[in-house]
Design a protein around this ligand. Structure first.
Ligand SMILES: Nc1nc2c(ncn2[C@@H]2O[C@H](COP(=O)(O)OP(=O)(O)OP(=O)(O)O)[C@@H](O)[C@H]2O)c(=O)[nH]1
Ligand SMILES: [Mg+2]
Length: 208
């Protein structure tokens, strides 16, 4: 059996860093095909985990692929990835990132996936923002701080942030940002903005 002292020794595992860092659970939410799985996979420092199932003819009338014709699978439970915000700083937060399923029929797993999350990145595709409305409702009902992140698909129309904020009826305390889910730098930047928003929200609530 491992003694207390041997447990604190570095494990001989590539990539393992002993640390006192806080673990922060965050979720990536949004409608069907907005890029949740893509974002989790692009930022994860470990091989990300996914629960993808092939889209079949049975769901063709529900899971519309008009905007993502190359998409062949959908998430049925969750995505999981991990990201160390600052590998040089052993006290920097380590993010445990969970991607949610996009369709209403998988809502039963929502509570489980979101349980314990400190914040949510709500992804939006400007070609069909309404696809993320249901997820936005769920995030708001869960009461966790969130950031709306427009996943900038090249074919998406230009919409002024102020117009989008009005359309989403977004409170002024909720940040609206842009990202490219396929680009790790852009996606990490979006998560950093979410972490900052979470920290601001929690310290404001504590001060009240
Ligand atoms: N052009 C472009 N395509 C993207 C981007 N992000 C994702 N895609 C593509 O859009 C499709 C949807 O990506 P997913 O990551 O599976 O979307 P999802 O939100 O996880 O979908 P569900 O789990 O089924 O709700 C995939 O074919 C991606 O390659 C992006 O930023 N730009
Ligand atoms: Mg997915």
């Amino acid at each position: 059996m491992a003694s207390a002292s041997s447990r604190t020794q570095p494990l001989d595992v590539p990539g393992y860093v002993p640390r006192e860092a806080p673990l922060v659970k965050l979720v990536v939410a949004g409608g069907f095909g907005v890029g949740k799985t893509t974002l989790v996979a692009s930022v994860s420092e470990m091989q990300s985990l996914h629960t993808e199932q092939t889209l079949t003819a049975v769901s063709a009338s529900v899971d519309l692929l008009d905007y993502t014709p190359q998409k062949t699978t959908t998430t049925v439970a969750a995505d999981f990835g991990r990201l160390t915000l600052d590998p040089e700083d052993p006290t920097a937060p380590v993010i445990y990132l969970f991607g949610t399923p996009g369709q209403a029929r998988f809502q039963r797993v929502w509570d489980d996936v979101v349980y314990g999350a400190k914040g949510a990145l709500l992804l939006l595709d400007l070609r069909r923002p309404e696809a993320s409305y249901e997820a936005m409702d769920l995030v708001e009902r869960s009461g966790i701080p969130y950031v709306v992140a427009v996943n900038d698909f090249p074919e998406a129309p230009y919409v002024k942030d102020s117009a989008l904020r009005a359309r989403l009826d977004l409170g002024e305390e909720t940040p609206l940002i842009h990202c490219n889910a396929r680009n790790p730098h852009s996606s990490i930047d979006a998560l950093i903005q979410l972490v900052e928003h979470v920290m601001t929200t929690y310290s404001r609530d504590v001060a009240r």
